[in-house]
Design a protein around this ligand. Sequence first.
Ligand code: DX5
Ligand code: ZN
Length: 209
Amino acid sequence: MKVAVSFLKTNRPLKEALEMILKSDANFIHIDLMDGTFVPHTSWDIETIKDIFNQDFKPLDVHLMVTDPEKYLEALSHLNTQYVTIHYEIDKDLAALIHKIHDLGMQAGIAINPETPVQSLSAYLSRLDYVLVMGVNPGQGGQKMLVETTKKLRELRQIREEYQYHYCLSFDGGVNKDTRPLLSDADLLVAGSYIAMSDDYQKQIDSLR
Ligand code: DX5
Ligand code: ZN
């Protein structure tokens, strides 16, 4: 199981948390960008992200909880970005955005909120490199997982097998050692507070693998 660490909610200064992620064997750093419109709160602006991550970081797994992803794409393409994930629920041309992400040399993902069914993604799955199933309503770390959402992982895994799609199947929200048994159909787990609120990041990561 691959693990990406979200640092949206951490009990130490950002710099220190990032150093701890870098020292661990986490596969990705998960960056949660929030614009205050798609979700109620804001996180970091793109300039801050460029300053912090403009170096030899672990691969970035960028989760855009924003209504207008296009604004961020060019800047992200200059960082060590592997995946850029946009939300299905935004009012934009998703196919065009996937195309733009690919044109900029990055891999494209779509995230679905808890109330969005897997079927909504049918038209896009063949072009996706990444599908992010949200286990909570997006916007903040430390929420309790909505257990029903984990069923989507089995569905998406079956569809991938049936049609020979290639997307990485990822899950975000409420991941911890207690919810881990429900998540074995995923390829990648995004964990925030379970890791970033702890004193031993590697130990928490090991318990999810
Ligand atoms: C939630 C974010 C998550 C969040 C996960 O909207 O997309 O990445 O940081 O945090 P935990 O793991 O604490 O639910
Ligand atoms: Zn996220």
